[in-house]
Design a protein around this ligand. Sequence first.
Ligand code: HPA
Length: 300
Amino acid sequence: MVLLLDAPVDAIALSRRLTDSAAAIRAVCQTPARVGLILGSGLGAVADALPDVRRLPFAHIPHFAPMGVEGHGGVMAIAAPGGLGVIALQGRYHYYEGHDMAAVTYPVRVLRALGVTTLILTNAAGGVNPAFGPGDLMLMVDHLNLMGVHPLRGPNDATLGPRFPDMTGAYDPVLRQMAREAAQATGVSLKEGVYAALSGPSYETPAEVRMLRTLGADAVGMSTVPEALVARHAGMRVLGLSCICNAAAGLGDAPLSHEDVLAAGERAKPRFQALLLTILQRLAAEADAAMDSKGLKISP
Ligand code: HPA
């Protein structure tokens, strides 16, 4: 069959798959989901602080790809703090594991199909900015897609989003301001910078890190950008938060190791958790105010 005839068939298959996946998740959600949260390496436990969490393993969701060998299974933690429907993904699909971009970004499509309009993306990253140290938290102000691939390549399904999505303000300015205020209120220091995504799985060479700095990067990692691209395509607001787990290659004294990255994430966990919970509270208040302005608020 020729490629042009394949495209609409694929599009139908995707919308059917999304409907299937969303139905399985809706059966577990008590409150309609409005906020999605994708938790990066070592940061999954942040969702454990959410109240009344219901858990749904990715393996129980139709059409979710099997996780990579070193993945920990992947679980959706579903909660409704302050009445706000939140779905937190503990685990994500990485391109370096061999997943294609459609599988990497499928959970974002599913979140959108469930009604999620705000997506918080988190990651563990290396610090390219020499002023950043292990344990620092960074608000993503923009990104560099250096993965060599793009999740939106191929025929565009106009029911999902536009052919040429605008990426100005991809990391939503209102959400960024909310994050700054939440950090201040929580007493958590929050750096700001540009995140560069490379495909991995090797860490960068020192020469590549110098190149990234020249290009304007403050942090480097192997995720997040595909999800942000698909979320923007789908019209979602995106907030990006990085946990700087190590000085990028050539900037510190020690060789890089995944164990050290996870340990730094673990140490940052209380601050990351406090910041995220405060942001979720603010998003709940924002949603409440929006309902109120429409005269729909139920609470007195
Ligand atoms: N490089 C790429 N990805 C990473 C790093 C790094 O230094 N640290 C954590 N994830």
